[in-house]
Design a protein around this ligand. Structure first.
Ligand SMILES: [Zn+2]
Length: 243
């Protein structure tokens, strides 16, 4: 909801200004979709500046309809989807500020399993986990607030610093759990995928390899255990309108 106060100086100008501001406000709403009522609010933490990092060998990928719907449900206005040239990054990963990269084998997965992977990465973007990591690494390093505006610079604090990475690992685990269950719910509403067909099927076929989404994820059995309480919610969302 936008509240606009106008104090016209010249007769007639106020009406013109109102129209301009009305159109502007409308375009702002169009640019930033309203998330689904059940999707958590975006954290109000500071925004870092993230370089649009190159993705060597990647090609642009046209999103499937369900992927765009998941981004809308999460309140994200624009996601870049990219196809990786190989499997070195795992099945799927996200790059700040708004890219989702999928491997060749991920793109061959069953549609619901793939929807879960994409939903998981969209949650990382929507919940601003990159900014959260940059803040946590800075705080645990004893850096003053606002020591840098560059997200990559803050993330580099973890390079080669094992004890710092250990201190932040609890946050990473929380983020992965959040991305798992919210990603499964996004896939449920956008593509009518039950948790059984999306996340659980994905983890069962990936075995105990660590989930395959990226390194440092807990074993698949543990992730399945965290997801089971959300199966019923997902079932209800599969019966809702996609948007
Ligand atoms: Zn993840």
């Amino acid at each position: 909801m936008c509240t606009l106060a106008i104090h016209p100086v010249w007769p007639g100008l106020g009406q013109g200004l109102f129209l301009i501001l009305f159109v502007w406000a409308g375009s702002m709403h169009a640019a930033q979709p309203v998330p689904a009522v059940w999707f958590p609010d975006t954290p109000t933490i500071r925004h870092y500046v993230w370089a649009d990092q190159p993705c060597p060998g990647c090609t642009a990928l046209s999103p499937r309809p369900g992927w765009s719907r998941m981004a809308e449900l999460a309140g994200v206005s624009h996601v870049q989807f990219k196809a990786a040239s190989g499997e070195s990054g795992g099945h799927a990963y996200s790059v700040a500020p708004n890219a989702v990269v999928l491997s060749p084998s991920a793109l061959k997965l069953d549609a619901c399993q793939l929807a879960f992977l994409v939903g998981h990465e969209i949650v990382h973007i929507a919940q601003r986990h990159f900014d959260e990591d940059a803040i946590a690494l800075s705080v645990y390093s004893g850096k003053p607030a606002h020591w840098t505006r560059q997200g990559e610079e803050a993330m580099q604090l973890a390079d080669g610093n094992f004890s710092l990475a250990l201190r932040v690992s609890h946050l990473w685990q929380q983020q992965e759990q959040e991305a798992d269950w919210l990603g499964a719910l996004l896939a449920a509403q956008a593509s009518e995928c039950s948790i059984e067909r999306s996340a659980l099927a994905y983890f069962r076929q990936s075995g105990e390899s660590g989930g395959g989404i990226a390194a440092a994820h807990p074993p698949s059995s543990e992730r399945i255990g965290h997801l089971l309480p959300f199966a019923e919610s997902a079932q209800r969302l599969t019966q809702r309108e996609p948007r």
